[in-house]
Design a protein around this ligand. Structure first.
Ligand SMILES: O=C(O)c1cc(=O)[nH]c(=O)n1[C@@H]1O[C@H](COP(=O)(O)O)[C@@H](O)[C@H]1O
Length: 276
């Protein structure tokens, strides 16, 4: 079995460093001329997959935008994940799960077990019940060649008060999360499967990001960051960064060409940063 980290490493080498978020906001559905309803959700998701799943390294459906339509919305999410994976994209399920270990095991089963209807290549998780509470997800991800992205330094300004808080040893909460991820990734080649979420919007990371795993970087586009910000935030870790853009790509739909060109511009921008 090939690990998620290895698959991601190769996908980024072949397709470029980019994750596009599938976030069917009501405002986007309307801008695409679709209803804010199940049919609109289905058309929107299918169009994004058709446009991008065969060329972008990672697609990241945001579960909440599907869940707001109830079980039928979740059924659309299931199809979206399956079709995106079948077309060659790695799918990171953005569901930000986190709970006590025994419940975490059920979340992990839902997203990281191959015969689950929502099986994804990786899952976003919240480590704020203690990193150890994520252990069932770590174990299941390892067993099935999947990955996790743990929230370390999120892109929103409110994250600061929790994530930069320091313990008696002077180590920040975020750094402790990063250290635990680094331990999970120890020895992995070419890249570990246990990633961190670090916003591209940060003034600076203020933490050691060398976790030998991927760094999912939301915040580019609608939240104000650009690819030119990556070296400032990520320094020598830029090669491990998966910048994530949702609205700033999605606003170019429903034109398939428009979506593809927007994604390609971001891929080119990252390449310019990594080469320059
Ligand atoms: O885990 C995430 O993906 C995430 C973490 C974070 O710190 N900030 C953040 O914006 N996100 C997600 O990334 C996406 C950003 O969307 P845009 O601002 O439209 O590009 C949303 O789906 C957010 O839920």
């Amino acid at each position: 079995m090939i690990s998620f980290g290895t698959r991601l490493h190769h996908a980024m080498a072949e397709r470029g460093q980019l994750c596009v978020g599938i976030d069917p906001h009501a405002a986007l559905l309307s801008a695409w001329g679709l209803g804010d309803d199940l049919a609109g959700l289905e058309t929107f998701s299918r169009t994004v997959v058709e446009a991008l799943a065969d060329r972008v390294a990672v697609l990241k459906p945001q579960a909440a935008f599907f869940e707001r339509f109830g079980s039928k919305g979740v059924a659309v999410l299931e199809r979206t994940v399956a079709e995106a994976r079948a077309a060659g994209a790695l799918v990171v399920m953005d569901a930000k799960r986190g709970d006590i270990g025994s419940t975490m095991a059920a979340y992990a089963e839902a997203f990281l077990t191959p015969d689950s209807p929502l099986f994804s290549d990786a899952l976003t998780v919240s480590p704020y019940l203690g990193f150890g509470s994520l252990q069932p997800a770590v174990d299941l991800a390892r067993e099935h060649g999947c990955g996790l992205f743990a929230l370390a330094l999120t892109s929103n300004p409110e994250g600061f008060e929790v994530q930069r808080a320091t313990g008696p040893d002077g180590v920040s909460v975020a750094q402790q999360v990063l250290n635990r991820l680094a331990a999970e990734n120890a020895g992995a080649q070419p890249l570990g499967s246990f990633g961190a979420v670090v916003g591209a919007t940060l003034a600076d990371a203020g933490a050691d990001l060398a976790i030998n795993g991927p760094l999912l970087a939301p915040g580019v586009g609608a939240q104000g960051a650009t690819m030119a910000d990556l070296p400032r935030v990520f320094g020598a870790s830029v090669p491990a960064v998966v910048p994530s853009v949702s609205r700033d790509v999605l606003k170019h739909g429903p034109s398939v060409t428009g979506l593809r060109e927007a994604a390609q511009r971001f891929v080119d921008d990252v390449r310019a940063v990594t080469l320059g």
